[in-house]
Design a protein around this ligand. Structure first.
Ligand SMILES: CC(C)(COP(=O)(O)OP(=O)(O)OC[C@H]1O[C@@H](n2cnc3c(N)ncnc32)[C@H](O)[C@@H]1OP(=O)(O)O)[C@@H](O)C(=O)NCCC(=O)NCCS
Length: 202
């Protein structure tokens, strides 16, 4: 890039920063939100494991660049969890994730629901109609994206959630689920693992 182009970009950024189009509000709430936004912007320059460490996740966790964790302080997460691009992990109502679980690109995991605030015609910030329920995902799970897991759902250990699944109810250990609403499609047992490894030469 030529120096003239670089200087042009800097001039443009300076003009934008000085313009009245950028309106910042100086309240406690906006300052707190801005800290989150700046953290996210700076995290773009981090690697997957640096990003996970910044969020306080344990050893071996990796978080891709555009993933969002809501209320990370309320997330209890095992080791070696992989969080893909555009994943949303909502821990605002409590979220537990076991070790060696993957959230594939675009997976959405919820522990709150705001729909009542709309029905009550009261969608103000801080309205009292938000429903929060703790959600739990077991160890050794593969959560395909873009699936959606509803607030309050418990998913067992070693569960495969196929892409585009909507999980509305609890799921037992060692199953494959798919569809909307999710249905059990396979049992994940030694036979399934042996067949899958054979088919894929692993
Ligand atoms: C699931 C997987 C492990 C294969 O397991 P499998 O036992 O061979 O599964 P199948 O392909 O036979 O599918 C099982 C059943 O679910 C159905 N199914 C497959 N994908 C589905 C989906 N997204 N939603 C609903 N049903 C689905 C199949 O049609 C099949 O139905 P059947 O029982 O009537 O035959 C493999 O396909 C996989 O990992 N898929 C996800 C890939 C992915 O998301 N990659 C992202 C990057 S990691």
């Amino acid at each position: 890039m030529s120096d003239a182009v670089k200087e042009g970009i800097i001039r443009l950024a300076q003009a934008l920063w000085a313009s009245d189009d950028l309106s910042f509000v100086d309240t406690e709430r906006t300052q707190a939100l801005r800290e989150d936004i700046l953290r996210k912007l700076l995290a773009l320059a981090m690697t997957d494991d640096e990003r996970a460490a910044m969020l306080g996740l344990p050893h071996g966790c990796r978080v891709r660049e555009s993933a969002k964790i809501i209320s990370p302080d309320s997330l209890v997460c095992g080791e070696h969890v992989w969080v893909g691009e555009n994943v949303v992990l909502d821990a605002s109502g409590g979220l537990i994730v076991g070790s060696h679980t993957t959230f594939a690109v675009g997976a959405l995991v919820w522990s709150h629901s705001s729909s009542l605030s709309n029905i009550m015609m009261d969608n103000r910030s801080g309205n009292p109609w938000i429903v929060r329920k703790p959600t739990k995902i077991g160890s050794g799970c593969y959560i395909g994206g873009p699936s959606s897991i509803y607030p309050g759902v418990t998913i067992g250990n070693q569960v495969i959630v196929l892409p585009m699944t909507v999980v509305t109810e609890d799921v037992p250990d060692n199953v494959m689920i798919g569809g909307s609403p999710a249905k059990v499609l396979r049992t994940i047992n030694d036979e399934w693992i042996a067949n899958y490894r054979l088919q894929n030469g692993l």
